[in-house]
Design a protein around this ligand. Structure first.
Ligand SMILES: Cc1ncc(COP(=O)(O)O)c(C=O)c1O
Length: 389
C-alpha cells in the first residue's frame, strides 16, 4: 500500500481481512478470553504474545492481543509510513510505555526538550518511572546526551504555544539515541516524523485521530522491533485500548485528512482576523516571525496546523470574560474534535507544572488556546469577535 496517497490509505488501511471475513465494517471483538482446543498451540501462542509478537494462532487473553485493536494499529502505521503501531488506553499511557520500553538495556536517563505538554513534563520530572532526566531546549540536545541516555523526548508543534521543533536537527543531535516525537497536534496528515528520522512517533489519539471527543486513547508508530518491546510493556502494565475505542479510532482515520485540512484552513483565517483585532496582544500560529524560525512549515509540516493560541490584554480576567461570552465555541480542555474548543492553559492543562515552568514555556495568564473545528469560519469569527468586545 506504500504508493497510495494518504486519503486512500486513511479509508482502506487496516481493512485487508474484511473481504475474507465477508464483512464491510471491521468486527468488534469484545472477548476477554479465547477458548483453545490444543494446549500445545495455546502455549506457543502465549509465549509469542508475551514476547511482543503482533499475533498468534490463539489470542489467549485480551491483555495480550485483540484483533479490532490490531486493525486500527495497522491503519495508523500505514498513515505514518512505518512498519507497526501499538495502541494504548491514553496518550499518557503511550508515552509511559515509550519511556519504559526505551529502558530495555538498562539505560536510565532521558533527555527531554522543554517546553512540552505539562502532564508529560510532570510524568518525567517526578521520576515516577525511575528515570533521571536532563531538561534542555532543542539546541542543547547534543550536550545533554550521556552514556546511559535511553531516549530523547520532544513534541512538535508544542502545546500550547504552537512552536515548531526541528525533528531532523534533533535526530542529528541525538546521534545513536532514539528520538520520540509527540506529534499529536499535527496528526499524520500534516507531519510524519519517522520520515525525518524519529524512532517513535507518539499521539494522544484522543485528539485528531479519534476526532469526535468520545474516545480516550494513545498510539505509538514505529519499527516492528520497537513495537515488540512496546507490546511486551503493554502486556505487563495492562494499559490496553478497549476494542470499542479501537473501532471508533479506526473509523476516525477515514475522515482524518478531511477534518485536519479543513480545520487548518479555518485556523489560518481565524489567525489573521485575530492578529488584526485591537484586544489581542499576540497570536501564536506558526510563521517565519512566530514559532517557525527554521521554516518548517512546508519542509516538515504540510501547513501551520489546526491549533492556534492567542493572548488577550489584561490577562486572566479578560481571558475568563472572553470564554464566558462565547456562544458557539465551547470552553473545555482537550482538542482535535469536530467542534471548536477553547481553553485557558495557565489555569487548566498547564497547571500541573510549576509557575516557573509555565512562564519559561511562554504560558501567560492571558493565553487562550483554540482547537479549531469544522464549523463555518464566518460563524466562528463572529463568535470570537463578539466575545472580544
Ligand atoms: C500534546 C499532547 N500529548 C499528550 C497528551 C496526553 O494524552 P491523553 O490525554 O490522551 O492521555 C495530550 C493531552 O492533551 C497532549 O495534548
Amino acid at each position: 500500500m506504500d504508493s497510495l496517497s494518504l486519503e486512500t490509505l486513511a479509508v482502506h488501511a487496516g481493512r485487508d481481512d474484511l473481504k475474507d471475513l465477508g464483512v464491510h465494517a471491521p468486527p468488534i471483538d469484545l472477548s476477554t478470553t479465547y477458548p483453545f482446543t490444543d494446549l500445545d498451540l495455546a502455549v506457543e501462542s502465549l509465549d509469542a504474545l508475551v514476547e511482543g509478537e503482533a499475533s498468534a494462532a490463539n489470542a489467549i487473553y485480551a491483555r495480550l492481543h485483540n484483533s479490532t485493536v490490531a486493525r486500527f494499529e495497522n491503519g495508523l502505521a500505514a498513515l505514518e509510513g512505518v512498519e507497526s503501531a501499538v495502541a494504548f488506553a491514553s496518550g499518557m499511557a503511550a508515552l509511559a510505555a515509550c519511556l519504559l520500553a526505551a529502558r530495555w538495556d538498562g539505560k536510565n536517563h532521558v533527555v527531554c526538550v522543554r517546553p512540552i505538554y505539562a502532564s508529560t513534563d510532570r510524568l518525567i520530572s517526578t521520576g515516577y518511572l525511575g528515570m533521571n532526566v536532563t531538561w534542555t531546549d532543542a539546541k542543547g540536545i547534543f550536550d545533554a546526551i550521556q552514556e546511559d541516555t535511553a531516549l530523547v523526548v520532544m513534541e512538535t508543534p508544542v502545546n500550547p504555544t504552537i512552536e515548531l521543533q526541528d525533528i531532523e536537527m534533533a535526530v542529528d543531535a541525538a546521534g545513536k539515541v532514539p528520538l520520540c516525537v509527540d506529534s499529536t497536534f499535527a496528526s499524520p496528515v500534516l507531519q510524519r516524523p519517522a520520515r525525518h528520522g524519529a524512532t517513535l512517533v507518539m499521539h494522544s489519539a484522543t485528539k485528531y485521530i479519534g476526532g469526535h471527543g468520545d474516545v480516550l486513547a494513545g498510539v505509538v508508530a514505529c519499527s516492528e522491533e520497537w513495537a515488540k518491546r512496546l507490546r511486551e510493556v503493554r502486556v505487563f502494565t495492562g494499559a490496553v485500548l478497549h476494542p470499542m475505542a479501537a473501532y471508533l479510532l479506526h473509523r476516525g482515520l477515514t475522515t482524518l485528512p478531511l477534518r485536519v485540512l479543513r480545520s487548518q484552513e479555518t485556523a489560518c483565517s481565524l489567525a489573521s482576523s485575530l492578529a488584526a483585532h485591537p484586544e489581542i496582544e499576540r497570536v501564536y500560529y506558526p510563521d517565519a516571525d512566530n514559532g517557525d524560525p527554521h521554516g518548517l512549515v512546508g519542509r516538515q509540516m504540510l501547513g501551520p496546523g489546526p491549533m492556534l493560541s492567542f493572548s488577550v490584554r489584561n490577562g486572566f480576567e479578560a481571558a475568563n470574560r472572553v470564554m464566558g461570552r462565547l456562544k458557539i465555541i465551547t470552553p473545555a480542555v482537550s482538542l482535535g474534535s469536530v467542534d471548536t474548543l477553547i481553553q485557558h492553559p495557565a489555569g487548566l492543562s498547564q497547571r500541573v507544572v510549576s509557575e516557573e515552568t509555565r512562564a519559561a514555556g511562554g504560558v501567560s495568564d492571558g493565553l487562550l488556546r483554540l482547537s479549531v473545528g469544522l464549523e463555518s469560519p464566518k460563524d466562528l469569527w463572529r463568535d470570537l469577535e463578539r466575545a472580544l468586545g
